[in-house]
Design a protein. Sequence first.
Length: 464
Amino acid sequence: MGGYFMVKRFAVILAAGQGTRMKSKLYKVLHPVVGRPMVQHVVDQLQAVQFDQLITVVGHGAEQVIEKIGNQSEFVIQDEQLGTGHAVLKTEDLLGNEEGTTIVVCGDAPLITSETYKALLDYHEQEGAMATVLTANTSDPAGYGRIIRNESNQVERIVEHKDANEAELLITETNAGTYCFDNKALFAALKNVSNDNVQGEYYLPDVIEILRSQSEKVSGFLTTDFDETIGINDRVTLAQAEKIMKRKINEQHMRNGVTIIDPDHTYIGLDVTIAQDVIIQPGTMITGVTSIASGAEIGVGTEIDHCIIGESAVISHSVLKDSHIGKQAVVGPYANIRPESTIGDHAKVGHFVEIKKSTIGNNSKVPHLSYIGDAEIGRNVNVGCGTITVNYDGKDKYATEIGDHAFIGCNTNLIAPVKIGEGSYVAAGSTINKDVPSEALGIARARQVNKLDYARSVKNQKKD
């Protein structure tokens, strides 16, 4: 049980809004930020704080949100979107009789960290306030509600930008849209919130004025990072949030000993782990549950998703997905490593090579212009330029096996299922559809015939 002096804590996530300004068929809070739905970011950060209950208020797209969050939260449905106050009131059956602290957060504010949530809760409880507003300073407060404090530095009221007078417009402390409440006081005040406004909605910030009118203490907790408080309302703010989170992720990796040559043009996902002394060149995108070991270098324009990259491996100008790259392996430039592939230690997959669901053994080489699919290639194998494993007959896929120390000549077709024995050779230009025994030479091509003076006779015919 979390809390200051063991006070029970509850969290309510407001995620019922339709988000019409996103102009999207996708429900607003499911739009991803750095690859994860924005509401999932909120849930993740709240769970790191630990609450006695976490409740998400859903409306439009409720089924999709419930499916995405699953058992990480309880849910209540706001059938009619009648404002934020109305949304919180929907949780009364679950929270109305509880004593403790309730934090109300927005499902479209994915950048607020668990550290900020915890600091806000601790401050609220230490102050003994009935409500505490999360606030932030900005040099450009246009559009934000202003925090009006009294001589005791308590929050007197929140004035929306459109309602602010000239003096209030000069205030740079803004409302971040996140609140802590004494739970009993919250639900008592919600009963008095009116919808007498242009929108005909019940607004949660009105609870602040109700509590102040009852001479209750309302505090404001000023966070030092305005960027955290950004709410996402459209594609512009979505891109801003993406940029901010990407920058913070990159900065954390750099502080941990990773060299990122151009952080502004490097995209690293939340579930990526990178060891010290890795070098990441510009234009790279690293996503999924990816792990990169020490000393690896990720080259310009590389895409890596759900991969394990071994120590001191070098990847350049390539696309890798759901695969394992061994230590000191070299991949690229312009290689495509498709899912379920393993590139061994000290192996090389070079220019314009596609690997699909295959294993390339330690110290083996597929240097250029080849397709290797559904294959098991042993150790110390050399696969010549233009080699193709012919793995598909239009209906089924078949496997190719190449033993250790084999040598495959250039421009070879290996028609699967086929086995190339250990230490064997396949002559360049061959189309192999039978197994080649160990230490043998497989050759399958038409015998060369030279027709003397043929070219001269053709040229003479053209002249005539």
